[in-house]
Design a protein around this ligand. Structure first.
Ligand SMILES: Cc1cc2nc3c(=O)[nH]c(=O)nc-3n(C[C@H](O)[C@H](O)[C@H](O)COP(=O)(O)OP(=O)(O)OC[C@H]3O[C@@H](n4cnc5c(N)ncnc54)[C@H](O)[C@@H]3O)c2cc1C
Length: 385
């Protein structure tokens, strides 16, 4: 199975693969059995190595000391990092290119560049229990008070809230009838964790619920200008949806591991891999993986070509929808091929079976992706997507 990739892309792919194999994968079971945690020295070593390899600078403009890689190169990296369970690849922060368009020079100095250096970590406080998927209906507010804003609202599922130094906080500005994004430092008065639920996966990054009560931030903490609304959050969504490349990496690993097992496992005096029922599961998986890789890389190349952002938005949704659902099907088949062994937490298929489920929910559920795609089709037609 081959996808035509340039030498540059192959070089980054190999670097990320070596890193995933050498630094992350050997610690998966240890993390799984320890609530997602690794010893501090291992976490530090993994983070330092990731930063040394340049992973935290891949989407940072050269002007700011970054690598400014193409989206195709970035996808190749995240695909390889996606081979690892327990979110062990989340050991470094990831400044994204839209942040350099959105933020003032002071904000870039204070928040974004320290992320690239590994000194600060961010988390996103967007989702609320009421509006849920309807991000345009957020109820949190930001009310101007002199040179400050007063923020109020409850935010759910704030991934990495326990590890982060600051929030991206999305709120409605009632005076403007529009939304805005704010930087909020973790220790600011008025922020309280009201719940730290446990989830299906075993990650060191938790997803707490936060109550923001009369949190005062300087007006300079606002990102962008009046009228920008949700546009930066949409940029974040687009980026995250395409980085669904991780799901391709997960599926590739699952296929390889399930195939290796099927070749070794003897049933009825012959390797399991000789049974047509097993071959069909592998064949369906590899076919769907190839389709996923083709669409993911093509969408990345379209971003690199600078195509129309509206068309890109729906294409990123198609990638997110198809690839996340593909990886869930592959994980289900891999568990089946492993049999009882596939139900053990020490087995990669069992871990991915739980972990990949949320890819159909977060960053916009599959249903929301379908709505975006359908609306785009109806508005712009097939040729406009
Ligand atoms: C582990 C985890 C981590 C997360 N991390 C973050 C984070 O870091 N920051 C953040 O801001 N958010 C985060 N989220 C939130 C995530 O983005 C939301 O859970 C997701 O967008 C869905 O919203 P909801 O849970 O409120 O579901 P709901 O909106 O209540 O949806 C429930 C069901 O209804 C369907 N549905 C909703 N609206 C429609 C519609 N119009 N038409 C058809 N079907 C519809 C949905 O598809 C879903 O099946 C995280 C969630 C999880 C589970």
């Amino acid at each position: 199975m081959k996808i035509e990739l340039s030498d540059n892309v192959l070089t980054w792919q190999a670097k990320a693969r070596d890193y995933a194999d050498e630094y992350l994968q050997p610690h998966e079971v240890e993390a799984e059995l320890n609530a997602g945690e690794l010893p501090a020295e291992i976490t530090k070593r993994n983070k330092d190595r990731a930063i040394q390899l340049g992973f935290s600078a891949i989407d940072v403009p050269e002007k700011y000391g970054g690598l400014q890689l193409s989206m195709e190169e970035q996808v190749a990296i995240w695909e390889q990092l996606g081979r690892v369970t327990n979110a062990l690849s989340w050991c470094f922060s990831e400044p994204q290119s839209w942040m350099f368009d959105a933020c003032s020079e002071k904000q870039i100095e204070r928040y974004i560049l320290p992320m690239m250096r590994g000194d600060l970590k961010d988390c996103y406080a967007i989702t609320e229990s009421g509006p849920g998927s309807d991000v345009a209906g957020l109820e949190a507010t930001a009310v101007k008070d002199g040179d400050d804003y007063i923020l109020n609202g409850e935010k759910w599922y704030v991934t990495s809230g326990n590890l982060a130094d600051f929030f991206w906080f999305q709120a409605r500005v009632p005076d403007e009838g529009d939304d805005a994004l704010f930087f909020v430092d973790k220790g600011t008065d008025g922020i309280e964790i009201t719940a730290t639920p446990t989830f299906s996966h075993t990650y060191a990054a938790h997803h707490p619920t936060y109550d923001f009560k009369n949190v005062r931030v300087a007006a300079a903490q606002r990102v962008g200008a009046p009228g920008d609304g949700l546009s930066y959050t949409h940029s974040w969504f687009r980026h995250e949806r395409l980085i669904g490349a991780r799901s391709c990496g997960a599926a590739a690993r699952l296929i390889e591991e399930a195939m290796a097992f099927a070749k070794e496992r003897i049933v009825d005096g012959a390797p399991l891999s000789e049974k047509q029922a097993i071959q069909f599961m592998l064949a369906d998986s590899v076919t769907e993986l190839w389709a996923s890789q083709l669409m993911t890389y093509e969408a990345a190349r379209a971003i690199d070509r600078g195509e129309d952002v509206k068309a890109l938005h729906s294409r990123c949704s198609m990638v997110k929808l198809y690839v996340s659902e593909m990886a869930n099907r592959v994980a289900d088949r891999a568990v089946q091929i492993f049999g009882g062994r596939g139900y053990m937490r020490e087995n990669v298929a069992e871990r991915f079976f739980r972990e990949l489920r949320v890819d159909r929910i977060w960053e916009g559920t599959s249903e929301i992706q379908r709505l975006i795609i359908a609306r785009s089709l109806i508005k712009r037609g097939l040729t406009g997507m």
